[in-house]
Design a binder for this molecule. Structure first.
Ligand SMILES: [Zn+2]
Ligand SMILES: [Zn+2]
Length: 273
């Protein structure tokens, strides 16, 4: 509802809203079919992982049903292509990959393990084979989301907020894509892959851990609803929903689209998303 209203109030965002609605529809349908996984992890292992800054969802914990995954993978690529977020060549390459189970399954496993960092020594630059389409990351992030979201749900009690003060996701290791400022002024980060939330320093940069306030530029929209934190060390920025001035909680699918003009403003100032 909120998304549809956003599209009506801001016709310039209509296409982004329509794409978001289509992606959410696919994810909701699949996520409803994914069982809540029963993940058994040793308490000492969980604590040691977190102290070392390593997330807790291992590839084997993900309740992946490959035919559901292939369906999500293909439908995600189709939606991105329909809304011109993928070009024709990449779309074709990704569909071909999705049809070939012998290539897709090891690729997803390698990609997750290289980007999650659950095991020490994994290198994110080895995540996809050389020559893979540039948008493969984006398709994989979206296609794996319904499965990973269920893992984060199952493990929500296993993360100790006193130990986990890192800028990456305690469940899947991905970067935050959004943040939310709570009425208590605490800042929570939202994972760009599994959408889990975790508490983080109110001002420090989650990408490079820079905590020098004079090197973090922060600016808000005129209505005070949204804010950008931009780091003058690594030049990355993060958008946030300011719950101190609002009556509803953060809705990442809506707020990420409503703040597209803020991305333009941050990039104009030389920051990167
Ligand atoms: Zn995550
Ligand atoms: Zn930084």
């Amino acid at each position: 509802m909120e998304l549809k209203e956003l599209g009506i109030a801001h016709p310039e965002l209509e296409s982004a809203v329509a794409m978001q609605l289509a992606l959410m529809d696919v994810q909701r349908r699949i996520q409803g079919r994914v069982p809540l996984p029963w993940i058994q992890s040793d308490a000492d292992w969980l604590a040691a992982q977190q102290r070392a800054g390593r997330p807790i969802v291992r590839f084997g914990d993900i309740p992946l049903n490959w035919s559901d995954f292939r369906l999500t993978f293909r439908q995600t690529a189709d939606i991105l292509y329909r809304y011109e977020a993928l070009d024709r060549t990449e779309h074709q390459e990704i569909l071909t990959l999705g049809r070939d189970g012998h290539r897709l399954e090891p690729l997803v496993s390698q990609w997750y393990q290289a980007t999650a960092g659950v095991e020490p020594g994994m290198n994110p630059s080895d995540r996809t084979p050389a020559g893979s389409p540039a948008s493969l990351d984006q398709v994989l992030v979206l296609a794996l989301r319904p499965f990973l979201a269920r893992c984060a749900e199952a493990l929500v009690q296993s993360v100790d907020p006193k130990i986990w003060r890192y800028g990456h996701c305690p469940f899947c290791g991905w970067e935050p894509e959004f943040a939310c400022i709570m009425p208590s002024a605490e800042r929570r980060l939202v994972c760009g892959r599994c959408l889990a939330q975790w508490a983080f320093d109110a001002l420090a940069c989650p990408f490079c851990a820079n905590a020098d306030r004079s090197l973090v530029t922060s600016f808000a929209t005129r209505d005070g609803r949204y804010r950008v934190y931009a780091c003058d060390v690594c030049r990355r920025y993060l958008k946030a929903y300011d719950g101190r001035h609002s009556t509803r909680p953060v809705l990442v699918s809506v707020d990420a689209i409503a703040t597209l003009p803020l991305d333009a403003a941050a990039m104009q100032r030389g920051y990167v998303g």
